[in-house]
Design a protein around this ligand. Structure first.
Ligand SMILES: Nc1ncnc2c1ncn2[C@@H]1O[C@H](COP(=O)(O)OP(=O)(O)OP(=O)(O)O)[C@@H](O)[C@H]1O
Ligand SMILES: [Mg+2]
Length: 234
């Protein structure tokens, strides 16, 4: 299997006022090109920490994580920024939309960062927002959108620049069954073409059948990886 992501013995601790929390305690995992892996486990077990390291937005204390063969932590800050901007889309658990920008502008940001002209970026943003079922709400600010609508804007923003890796933290938590199904189908069809990879943290059993493999985490460890027969493709 060619790896999109290869993590070896990842350890991550947080130190808050002298209180040490070991969030990840020796994670080994390979995620293949063209694979959708889901991560499940109880609150506080380390899921967000792990995907933040995989996506290069948090540094591990020790261990190595290769992203498409690249040792992200060995890159300079400038190289890291560039690598992330081109290769990674991230859907945050709390969406992290920019409050002063409307939906189209929020979704355009990754393209503009990569040098796309504003008019072209906004056209692409509109197309993807339409696919997300948000044609009527494209000019709305995040505060004027429902939770599920904000979540779909956040997913559109992670997809718009066609990154090679998309990482999502609970992408369907605010969506009803039908919207969740539409969004997962779209995510999978966009994210997995041309041998990309998709990593999704979820508690939502309704979407498990989109996964190729499901990794169960507990207390900073991956305790089990099951191979599923993905019945939902695209
Ligand atoms: N910035 C931080 N500073 C200190 N401790 C943190 C920080 N972020 C996470 N932790 C701790 O690290 C552990 C793992 O947290 P993490 O957010 O990765 O869990 P999670 O599996 O994503 O949980 P949830 O399902 O509730 O989102 C928890 O004990 C948490 O309290
Ligand atoms: Mg989390």
């Amino acid at each position: 299997m060619n790896s999109a992501i290869s993590c070896q013995n990842i350890i991550k601790t947080y130190n808050t006022d002298g209180q040490i929390v070991t969030a990840l305690n020796g994670i080994n995992v390979e995620i293949g090109l063209g694979e959708l892996m889901m991560l499940v486990g109880p609150s506080g077990c380390g899921k967000t920490t792990l995907i933040s390291i995989i996506a290069g937005i948090l540094n591990q204390d020790s261990g190595q994580c290769l992203l498409f063969g690249e040792d992200f932590q060995a890159l300079t800050n400038k190289e890291q920024l560039r690598f992330r901007a081109h290769n990674i889309g991230f859907v945050f658990q709390a969406y992290n939309l920019l409050p002063a920008l409307n939906a189209i502008e929020n979704v355009s940001v990754p393209l503009i960062i990569n040098g796309t002209k504003r008019a072209i970026a906004e056209q692409k943003a509109k197309e993807i927002l339409e696919q997300m079922g948000l044609s009527e709400r494209m000019k709305a600010l995040p505060a004027q959108l429902s939770g599920g609508q904000q979540q779909r804007v956040a997913i559109a923003r992670a997809l718009v620049h066609s990154p090679r890796l998309i990482v999502c933290d609970e992408p369907t938590s605010a969506l009803d069954h039908k919207s969740g199904h539409i969004i997962m189908t779209l995510l999978k069809s966009i994210a997995l073409k041309h041998d990309r990879a998709l990593v999704i943290v979820t508690h939502d059993a309704r979407i498990f059948n989109f996964a190729d493999r499901i990794a169960e985490m507990d207390d900073g460890h991956i305790i089990k990886i099951s191979t599923t027969t993905a019945t939902e493709t695209n």
